[in-house]
Ligand binder design. Structure first.
Ligand SMILES: Cc1cc2nc3c(=O)[nH]c(=O)nc-3n(C[C@H](O)[C@H](O)[C@H](O)COP(=O)(O)OP(=O)(O)OC[C@H]3O[C@@H](n4cnc5c(N)ncnc54)[C@H](O)[C@@H]3O)c2cc1C
Length: 458
């Protein structure tokens, strides 16, 4: 019989670190099943041709190291950032795990530089500007791997896991899980049953809808989690110079005056590029930056967090509807709009787009009107946030500032797990972004390490 000690569903940032830990600290038989490609075969044609050819599944979001492979590779080294792990295991334990995963990146060749530890006077100055503008600046040390270096590091990790004896099955989607008497028994791939004593579901945002269906079908409790909707803003590097230089990433929080909504900056990419993410038939916007190939622009997401209350439960459906509308109006492309046009309620045209100093880095974005897509409440929140950020980074609210839409984070309904990330089904674990627990690489990695150690100790 085909039987493992642990099956990991999804070889993303949380899953691969669970495998790393299991294989290094135990003699457990481990299988990873991943619906995308081995990292060596992960190629996004758009990065070379500027044209998305709709790979199915998308090579940006699926395959070994999941959404991390082509990410900016910002490793946020504080528990304050990147998810809710401290709620489950405490702040100190989270910090300990983040330090540990950081040491693993270093052992695989990560850049030694950490942003946000030096230049305290400059950081203090940025903090006081934030206070004056009703923003909260969370200073978080960041190690920047860079897109191409992340790719190399994850390639080495894949080879390492394979050499150490982890079975890796690519281009294979897990269809279902096998449960008997409330104990996990394994997974179903097509008609094939693969058995295991423990199953870790680490399916990421890409698998969030799949996970919700699995939960509904098997009476695993999950509750709607917050959904983040907004835009990606692109400005010239000059505007963000101090933040880029001293922090690399500025994590700003704002409570909007009109609606009292939480708005935050997310995933800042100095000298970076705006990119797209594909989720089945939808495209949304994102960003990244290379370690060695630099642009003149910095991009950062502005996201409005929405939590829905009864009777509405489908927060993913809500965000997807907005993304779908944007895709429809952009004729299958990301919409880009100048901030002046956004405020004036008029469409950006090709002519207006190239009036300013910025050359858009997402080459095939369609100039359009985001007001036809986003609800008024979100538009207002974004406008207020841009004006507030202008007080910290003068020029942020310039007419030429570009807004790309839409960016949304499709987190799963939060799966009910205990403090060891075990669901009500014995031996079934849910971790990472897809389970609504993490939102970034470092916490996703740490989540994987934690669960692996718990399984080893059982
Ligand atoms: C473009 C981009 C840039 C980013 N930049 C950063 C950054 O700089 N810093 C940062 O901290 N975070 C960044 N992030 C977020 C970060 O990548 C995620 O938080 C992290 O990857 C989450 O890890 P995960 O293991 O939960 O999910 P993922 O890494 O998404 O992995 C989930 C994996 O599960 C697979 N899967 C899903 N369903 C199934 C199934 N049924 N069967 C088999 N396999 C399945 C998917 O194919 C995927 O490979 C970025 C994300 C993107 C998309």
């Amino acid at each position: 019989m085909n039987k493992y000690d642990v099956i990991i569903v999804g070889a993303g940032c949380s899953g691969i670190f669970a495998a790393y830990e299991l294989i290094n600290k135990s003699n457990k038989k481990v299988l990873m099943i991943e619906k995308g490609n081995s990292i060596k075969k992960r190629v996004c044609p758009k990065r070379k041709t500027n044209i998305c050819v709709n790979c199915n599944p998308c090579n940006i979001t699926t395959g070994f190291s999941g959404a991390g492979a082509f990410s900016d590779g910002k490793i946020s080294l504080s528990p304050e950032v990147g998810g809710n792990l401290p709620e489950y295991i405490g702040y100190d334990k989270t910090q300990e795990l983040i330090d540990y995963i950081d040491s693993i990146y270093l052992s695989f060749g990560a850049d030694k530089k950490i942003y946000g530890l030096d230049n305290n006077d400059k950081i203090k100055e940025l903090k006081s500007k934030a206070i004056i503008n009703n923003l909260k600046l969370i200073a978080c040390p960041v190690r920047h791997l860079g897109t191409e270096e992340s790719y190399k590091i994850y390639t080495k990790i894949e080879e390492y896991l394979e050499n150490k004896g982890v079975d890796l099955k690519f281009n294979t989607q897990v269809d279902d899980i096998l449960i008997e008497d409330n104990n996990i028994k394994g997974v179903l791939v097509g008609n094939e049953k693969i058995y295991a004593d423990n199953v870790i579901l680490s399916v990421g945002r890409e698998g969030s809808e799949w996970l919700r269906n699995i939960c509904n079908k098997n009476n695993i409790i999950s509750e709607p989690s917050t959904v983040d909707i907004g835009v990606r803003v692109e400005v010239r590097n000059e505007v963000m110079e101090d933040i880029n230089k001293y922090l690399y990433e500025g994590k700003f929080l704002y409570n909007s005056k009109t609606f009292d909504d939480k708005v935050r900056t997310f995933c800042q990419n100095p000298s970076g590029e705006v990119s797209i993410e594909r989720y089945d038939d939808l495209i949304t916007v994102n960003g990244h930056s290379y370690k060695n190939s630099k642009t003149e622009n910095t991009n950062v997401a502005l996201l409005v967090s929405k939590h829905f209350t009864q009777p509405f439960k489908d927060s993913i459906g809500y965000a997807k509807s907005i993304a779908k509308l944007a895709n429809m109006l952009g004729d299958g492309k990301i919409i880009v709009q100048r901030y002046e046009d956004f405020k004036r309620g008029r469409r950006t045209t090709h002519d207006r787009l190239y009036r300013g100093n910025i050359v858009p880095t997402l080459k095939d974005a369609e100039p359009g009107d985001l007001a036809l897509v986003l609800p008024y409440r979100i538009i207002k929140d974004i406008e207020e946030m841009i004006e507030a950020l202008n007080g910290v980074a003068p020029g942020f609210s310039s007419s030429e500032t570009l807004l790309y839409g839409v960016e949304c984070k499709l987190y799963n309904n939060k799966v009910k797990v205990n403090n060891n990330f075990e669901t009500d089904v014995k031996g079934l674990f849910a971790i990472g972004d897809g389970a609504g627990i993490t939102r970034g690489i470092a916490q996703a990695n740490s989540n994987g390490v934690y669960v692996a150690n718990y399984i080893i100790s059982k």
